[in-house]
Design a protein. Structure first.
Length: 325
């Protein structure tokens, strides 16, 4: 399939694996890229720029296909060494960067200078237009369904994607709730040039996370996610568990006076315990409503081949069939 996204990133299929903390290691990024999608290493999961440089080298040993790096710009007081991470990306010859969080305007000149294609993750049309205005090559439009941070507007993809299509000139991928060929065909129909998947790629053979994480996603239904940190205007969609229940109880109890420090034990530094050790109740972790559509743990190639075959079947048979006669 050829779309503006496959052309932009030089990939076979219009499928991107979104950056995911403690999931987006070289193993997953390489597996997605080898299967014809765009794999993404999560920059900030690597503790230092030197560690990221090492991870990029590892990924390159596992694939000769294009892959990218996610840079999440956090509103933190002690900012990570972003110039160092960007240097590692440029020196590592990476040609695609997925930015997320704060506006990446400050970093655009250096990224563009290095010939890097930038796709910015946005949860609203106004942020997407801002990304277009500052020179991003594409956007990843994250609807309310998405795992991780859906923003504060709560607009689901059935509205957000066609709204983005009405306004944007640059290509965009649909993100949040994408799982299969049906998602891809629907996203294309709504104006996207591809899809971005997070949660679906965690439940794959190559995702370097504990089997408990994959099992939890397969067991979960579309009813099992919750939104935490809404009072802090830092809303995150997570899989429900005992830690999430504790956070929500705190939020109800403290209302508008809730501070990050009140819940820090449940949300900060918990990813290694969950993703590596499989201690599923250790804290809150991002997961999309799409868990309800995830019933197995295929390899990335099986998953991507299946998505493309299903999409082609839907377009050629189901959709064309409605027009025949
Ligand atoms: C476990 C997990 C960790 C994530 N970590 C990040 C991250 O560090 N940076 C980022 O930009 N997005 C992160 N995301 C968001 C994904 O890249 C993607 O946008 C989102 O998962 C799409 O929604 P879906 O899960 O419904 O596919 C994360 C998502 C999950 C599920």
């Amino acid at each position: 399939m050829k779309t503006r996204i496959t052309e932009l990133f030089g990939i076979q299929h219009p499928i991107i694996q979104g950056g995911m903390h403690y999931v987006g290691f070289a193993e997953l990024a390489a597996a997605v890229s080898n299967a014809g999608g765009l794999g993404i290493i999560t920059g900030l999961t690597q503790r230092t720029p030197a560690d990221l440089a090492h991870e990029i080298r590892r990924c390159r040993e596992m694939t000769d296909k294009p892959f990218g790096v996610n840079l999440t710009f956090l509103p933190t007081v002690s900012s990570p060494d972003y110039p160092g991470y960007i240097r590692a990306i440029i020196d590592g010859g990476v040609k695609a960067v997925e930015t997320a969080g704060n506006n990446p305007a400050k970093w655009m000149p250096v990224l563009k200078e290095a010939g890097i294609k930038v796709i910015h993750k946005c949860t609203s049309v106004r942020h997407s237009l801002k990304a277009e205005a500052i020179g991003c090559d594409a956007v990843s439009v994250d609807g309310f369904e998405c795992g991780g941070h859906p923003g504060e507007d709560d607009i689901p993809n059935f509205i957000l994607l066609p709204r983005a299509a009405e306004e944007l000139k640059i290509p965009f991928v649909a993100s949040g709730g994408m799982a299969d060929g049906r998602s891809l065909v629907a996203a294309l129909a709504l104006g996207a040039d591809g899809i971005n998947m997070g949660t679906r790629f965690i439940a794959t053979k190559e995702a370097p996370v504990h089997d408990n994480v994959k099992a939890a996603i397969v067991a979960a239904s579309e009813l099992d996610t919750r939104l935490v940190m809404r009072p802090l205007r830092n809303t995150e969609r997570v899989l429900n568990n005992a830690a999430v229940e504790r956070v929500l109880a705190k939020e109800r109890e403290l209302g508008a006076s809730l501070k990050f420090e009140d819940i820090i034990g449940e949300v900060a530094g918990v990813y290694p315990k969950i993703m590596k050790d499989g201690t599923m109740e250790a804290g809150v972790w991002s997961c999309g409503m799409v868990a309800g559509l995830i019933h197995d743990v295929p390899s990335c190639k099986e998953l991507i081949d299946r998505i493309m075959a299903q999409a082609e079947g839907l377009i050629r048979q189901r959709l064309a069939g409605f027009l025949a006669g």
